[in-house]
Design a protein around this ligand. Structure first.
Ligand code: IRN
Ligand code: FE2
Length: 582
């Protein structure tokens, strides 16, 4: 596979209290500042890095092997897990008749390794350990990543304010945390209809999304090859993987929601649990009595999962089986440490429907389910909208935080207007930045293809970058310690005309340089004290530097220089008399 490396960057690992805690970071190297006195070096900058071993030139990547199982030892050490037979791996029904296509969807070579689960009567969730006062290696890893103390991480997880999605069957993932007192995270959805892509392409979408900064990915594949595609993705993913299990259950029901059963769903949960899915979106708050509340909406039910469950509830005139079986679900989740992301099946799908009764009714139920999950030490986050105009965003967070007792909020955008199909990464990044600032812990990206079609590679990148901007803007506004370092380093490089450093410190160095080179491709332009935007005469930064140099040459501070300047001007005026005004 093709690998990408960021310019002037080096992968570094910070070692924790034990040698197998190796926290990855990207170190960006900068050129020195030059001035008449000589050169002053600029410290390299270390940034949070989600890209995994793919950006480490020393790491060998073999997709057939999967990534190294960095958490394996930690999981075994706790003494709470056992290996077991697991489910029989399903026969591969790839739905294709040609051998060539079948090869594209072949099973992962190591799919038959035995899965882990909690020993009888044990709970293996990070929340469980946190509540017992235990700081796990995962927590310490995160503390180093987030520049906080391990004890702080433990407290946040114990209280339910933060979650560490970390299935014991996904030991390849680098631990990360989702909670309002940590960096705002972003999720990228990948995987879709299996007809249009192969497993290699799906794996590549995952590595591509994490390269640009996705903190988690969700595999939303539908179609007949879900199991295999997911196996390839999980084995090679350095970030937690989420899914919406009702999608696969629906495949098992032949695509007919009314044929779904609890047993089908439960088996799907276990199948995915054994593969290592780190969090499940579960639409357990779509209650039968809430469905009529959507009748007068502009856009009805827009959640895929929500609509499937509404169809089932109405057809059987029974309560949502995810709700009635929620305790059974928690029993499963706690034996693998899968976090639950309580789905917003009734989220508004238009500005018109924002913050309506159906949405708020479901949220009440999600609050109730949060408490139940916590009884089982299951880690929980809450999904939120959707489409919401700016003035109605804040109350979403306030109400969620209140009803769901500060459990992490995870929102889709929200889109702040409906009028820009083709640009919904922008309409939604505006909402995402705001909602992140108000306390949302993770932002689910939206690509430019939203409402229009399946995102391609470029769309995935556009979406991830738009959301990186939103998340980082939120971190700054929240005063997250250290968040501003990168801004300051970039601004300084910009002011000092260290063009290459400006590119390299940016979220997309390739684009930054390409845009610069479009008009000034020559090498000397990389140190020139202007760019083609204002030209040499009108560069404000250059003029500012001239002012500073003028002051320095005359041995003055800027304030003194301003005073001297004023005096000179005043004298000039006096000499010329009133002639200036005639
Ligand atoms: C996030 C917040 N609200 C919804 N999401 C995401 O939307 C969810 O995590 C999943 O990735 C995607 C599709 O959800 P529905 O349409 O099945 O609800
Ligand atoms: Fe939408």
């Amino acid at each position: 596979m093709e690998r990408y490396f960021f310019p002037n960057s080096r992968k570094v690992y910070v070692t924790g209290s034990r040698p197998d805690i190796q926290v990855p970071m990207r170190e960006i190297h900068l050129s020195p500042t030059t001035n008449p006195q000589g050169e002053t070096p600029n410290e390299p900058l270390r940034i949070y890095d989600t890209s995994g071993p793919y950006t480490d030139p020393d790491a060998t990547i073999n997709l057939e092997q999967g990534l190294p199982k960095l958490r394996q030892q930690w999981i075994w050490e706790r003494g709470d897990v056992e290996e077991y037979e697991g489910r029989e791996v399903q026969p591969i029904d790839n739905g294709f008749h040609s051998a060539e296509k079948a090869e594209l969807f072949r099973a992962f070579p190591k799919a038959n390794t035995r899965p882990l689960r909690a020993k009888p009567g044990k709970c293996v969730t990070q929340m469980h350990y946190a509540r017992q006062g235990i700081i796990t290696p995962e927590m310490e890893f995160i503390a180093i990543r987030e520049h906080v103390s391990p004890e702080f991480v433990r407290q946040e997880v114990a209280s339910g304010r933060a979650i560490i999605p970390s299935n014991i069957n996904h030991p390849e993932a680098e631990p990360m945390i989702i909670g309002k007192n940590f960096h705002v995270k972003i999720n990228a959805n990948i995987g879709n209809s299996a007809v249009t892509s192969s497993v290699e392409q799906e794996v590549e979408k995952m590595t591509w999304a994490t390269l640009w900064g996705a903190d988690t990915i969700m595999d939303l594949s539908t179609g007949k090859n879900i199991h295999n595609t997911r196996e390839w993705i999980i084995r090679n993913s350095p970030v937690p993987v989420g899914t919406v299990p009702i999608y696969q259950a629906l495949e098992k029901a032949g695509g007919d929601p009314t044929k779904l059963t609890w047993e089908m769903y439960r088996d799907t949960l276990i199948e995915q649990a054994e593969q290592g899915v780190d969090y499940f979106t579960i639409h357990a708050g779509v209650l039968l009595r809430y469905i009529p509340l959507t009748a007068n909406r502009m856009t009805g039910i827009v959640s895929r999962g929500g609509s499937i469950l509404a169809a089932w509830c109405l057809a059987h005139h029974q309560e949502n089986f995810l709700y009635t079986h929620f305790r059974d679900i928690c029993e499963i989740l706690r034996s693998y440490d899968i976090s639950v992301s309580l789905g917003d099946g009734l989220r508004p799908g238009s500005i018109y429907d924002a913050n309506d009764e159906a949405q708020m009714a479901e949220l009440e139920t999600l609050g109730e389910l949060t408490k139940i999950a916590w009884e089982y030490d299951v880690q929980v986050m809450i999904e939120g909208p959707g489409h919401v105009p700016m003035h109605k965003i804040k109350e979403n967070v306030d109400i969620q935080q209140n009803i769901c007792q500060e459990s992490p909020f995870y929102t889709l955008g929200p889109l702040t207007t409906d009028i820009a199909p083709g640009y919904d990464h922008i309409t939604s990044a505006i909402g995402a930045a705001m909602i992140g600032w108000y306390g949302t812990a993770m932002l689910c990206y939206v690509t430019p293809k939203e409402h229009l079609g399946l995102p391609n590679k470029d769309d995935v990148k556009e979406g991830v970058i738009a959301y990186k901007i939103a998340a980082h803007a939120a971190d700054l506004a929240k005063g997250h310690p250290g968040a501003q370092k990168r801004d300051d380093a970039l601004s300084k490089a910009r002011f000092e005309f260290r063009w290459r450093d400006q590119f390299n410190l940016s979220l997309d160095p390739v684009r930054a340089q390409a845009y610069h080179d479009e008009t000034l491709p020559a090498e000397p332009a990389k140190t020139a004290h202007f760019c083609s935007m204002c030209g040499p005469k009108f560069c404000s930064m250059r003029i500012t530097q001239d002012i500073r140099e003028y002051a320095e040459k005359n041995g003055l501070s800027l304030t003194e220089a301003a005073e001297v300047g004023l005096k000179e001007k005043a004298e000039e005026f006096r000499e010329k008399g009133s002639s200036l005004y005639q």
